[in-house]
Design a protein around this ligand. Structure first.
Ligand code: GCB
Length: 660
């Protein structure tokens, strides 16, 4: 059945004049389970990270491996393999043109399933993310397929494993982006020197890295186990009393059918490991814990002890009190509220000072890298930022946990970038990406906002009905956080802002418009922010501004691409932001970008996008030092935090100290 409904003009079967595409609201599949793999007295976790075997398919014959059933035996039996690290993007590992490969690639590896796992438990195979589409087999049997990168997926493999013996996992990964994938792209066949070749193109501005990007885990659960835990928190008005509301779902037989009286014991421990609250759930496995003298979760620099986390211990019991399963997770107690002018955390207004970022690095591409993650958080704290947007896709679960610990607020973005040509299939996947994202991230105190898209073409026909449906779904899944989208369509033409709670706009004054004109920044930024606020009467954030900057290029007076220019562009924006802050509804500034990153090849990109405040190797450009002064000055003014000792370099006595 066609999913497109056309209105025909004058009874003609013609589409030239007006194609009224009606988008239908269809249910999206609901995610299940996928709690982050954690060991406990009832669970074991094993990593399958390491060096896997890898084969690239013939681009002209992408389904060959499936037809020839490469998954039924070791990949090396079907042809030569090369070693490939997991997690990592495969693109920059070799010295040939694997970087630009389009279509399918294959991975496999062997692993042992211990004999002890054969008895009385389940085994799960979980991928943190494979980009863009993944097909997984275990010992030749298909176990799971997942589309949309950057999101976890898993399958039970209990019945497919050979216990006390070697097993094989095979993954086929497809990086092709088309008009119905999220994000969208195009595949075209073009003539080249050898005949014809397949070319992937896309409008978004980051390299389409692909492969097994995050960790692969095997983990065990008991037969009857905790499948879902949802946590929300409340604070009393004075932030002294706290409440943790939890709701648990189990999977498995309730021991016997007559026994549906499973229950949960929930215990909350503070940072020192002291038990501060405990209770027993109701029959629906929900309950609440009251905490006296609570330590609320505060953002970095808003409180001397930011990122305070408790540990929630969830124990699933049978009605005869037998302990079935134990799962522990970190919980931050905080409240969020917002109006048409403010955004508040624990009753205090928040002003966001942060970045748009990318998961991107030399060699490993978008592969999870703990060293890089920790370095990035050190830099975020060094520079005094309190927030970032996960532009333009969900970031690793490990980084979300790190943000919780360090009090960094996250605007959590789904993988929709530059959405256009709105169609039913795209809508379904876009909604599914948000469903999966919210399912994954709903318990993180660091997540304070959902971003439902970056730079969608919101003047296009159907942008309004499309975004209404996307926003409605998001709200139906989580009412505790506001919704935004980073919009670049001029405010005059935008049709999506009315469905958002907070307006975020991206604009590159003195870069893409009026290039080089530093004298044309401040007024334009103020005017545009005021216009967005007037149009929608909602809080406004500048979600992107910046200038490409080649590290080490110095030109005085400032000239595009130089470090002087980036610094000046920032300063002109700061002036605008300070004018806007006085208006009350302007609630944040996000520089584009935290660090330089790789893009597709283009004559506008010298080795990638260079708008980073840090280089790709995570070293500061001149602008980083200026931004640091601004972010700490804002933190002092708004949140009463103190300056780090090294914020201002000694220049001269200025007559302030007495003679020795
Ligand atoms: C934007 C996009 C971002 C780009 C940036 C740029 O508006 O949201 O993905 O990288 O501009 O530098 O062009």
């Amino acid at each position: 059945m066609s999913i497109w409904l056309f209105s025909f003009v004058s009874g003609l079967f013609l589409l030239h004049f007006s194609i009224a595409l009606i988008l239908i609201n269809k249910e999206v599949p609901q995610s299940r389970g996928m709690l982050y793999p954690r060991e406990s007295e009832t669970r074991e976790v094993r990593s399958l990270d390491g060096i896997w075997n890898f084969v690239r398919s013939d681009q002209a014959n992408p389904t060959q491996g499936v037809r020839e059933e490469w998954y039924s035996k070791d990949l090396s039996k079907s042809g030569p393999t090369i070693p490939m690290p997991v997690p990592a993007s495969y693109n920059d590992i070799t010295t040939d043109n694997l970087r630009d490969h389009v279509g399918t690639v294959w991975y496999d590896r062997k692993f042992f399933a211990p004999r002890s796992w054969a008895v009385d438990q389940r085994v799960w195979l979980r991928f943190g993310s494979v980009h863009y589409e993944a097909y997984v087999w275990v010992n030749g049997q298909k176990v799971v397929k997942h589309e949309i990168g950057h999101l976890p997926f898993e399958a039970e493999v209990t019945h497919l494993l050979k216990y006390g013996a070697e097993n094989r996992v095979t993954v086929m990964c497809d990086n092709a982006l088309i008009q119905t994938t999220v994000p969208q792209g195009r595949i075209t066949e073009l003539p080249n020197d050898e005949g014809m070749t397949i070319v992937q193109s896309y409008t978004f501005d980051f390299f389409n890295y692909a492969g097994i990007h995050r960790s692969v885990h095997l983990y065990t659960t008991p037969k009857t186990f905790i499948e879902e835990v949802v946590v929300t928190t409340n604070l009393s008005k004075d932030n002294v009393g706290g409440e943790v509301l939890y709701s648990v779902k189990f999977n498995g037989s309730a021991i016997n059918e007559a026994d549906n009286a499973l229950y949960v014991r929930a215990q909350l421990y503070d940072r020192e490991g002291k038990l501060v609250a405990n209770g027993t759930s109701d029959a629906q496995l929900s309950g609440s814990l009251q905490v006296d003298n609570v330590n609320p979760w505060w953002p970095y620099l808003m409180h001397p002890e930011p990122g305070y986390l408790y540990q929630l211990e969830v124990k699933l019991h049978a009605s005869n009190d037998e302990l079935l399963d134990v799962y522990r997770l970190k919980v931050g107690l905080r409240t969020l509220s917002w109006s048409n002018a403010t955004f508040q955390i624990n009753g205090r207004p928040v002003y966001f000072r942060g970045f748009g970022r990318h998961e991107d690095a030399d060699v490993r591409g978008k592969g999870l890298d703990n060293a890089l993650m920790v370095r990035d958080f050190n830099l975020l704290k060094w520079i005094g930022a309190n927030a970032y947007r996960t532009s333009h896709y969900p970031y690793s679960e490990e980084s979300m946990q790190f943000a919780d610990e360090h009090g960094i607020m996250i605007v959590d973005e789904c993988p929709s970038v530059d959405a256009e040509n709105y169609n039913q299939e795209l809508l379904g996947k876009h909604k599914s990406s948000l469903e999966q994202l919210i399912h994954r991230d709903r318990n993180h105190p660091s997540v304070v906002m959902w971003s439902i898209a970056n730079e969608p073409r919101t003047r296009e026909m159907n942008a309004d009905s499309y975004f209404q449906l996307v926003a409605n779904l998001t709200r139906s899944l989580d009412k505790t956080r506001p919704i935004t989208a980073a919009i670049a369509t001029p405010w005059t033409d935008d049709k999506a802002g009315r469905f958002l709670d907070i307006i975020s706009f991206n604009r590159y004054n003195a870069w893409y418009s009026n290039t080089g004109r530093l004298d044309m920044v401040t007024k334009k930024v103020v005017e545009e922010a005021v216009a967005w606020n007037k149009k929608y009467n909602k809080p406004v954030i500048m979600a992107e501004y910046g200038a490409d900057t080649l590290e080490g290029l110095h030109l005085q007076p400032a000239y595009v691409w130089s470090e002087e220019f980036q610094t000046e562009v920032f300063a002109r924006h700061f002036k605008a932001f300070d004018i806007l802050r006085k208006k009350g509804w302007f609630i944040g500034e996000f520089v584009w970008n935290f660090a330089d990153f790789k893009t597709a090849q283009s004559y506008t990109r010298v080795g990638g996008n260079k708008k980073g405040v840090f280089t790709r190797a995570r070293q500061p450009k001149a602008s980083a030092h200026l931004l640091r002064k601004r972010y700490f000055a804002l933190a002092r003014e708004l949140d009463d935090s103190s300056f780090p000792e090294d914020l201002f370099t000694y220049i001269a006595d200025m007559g302030k100290t007495e003679n020795a």
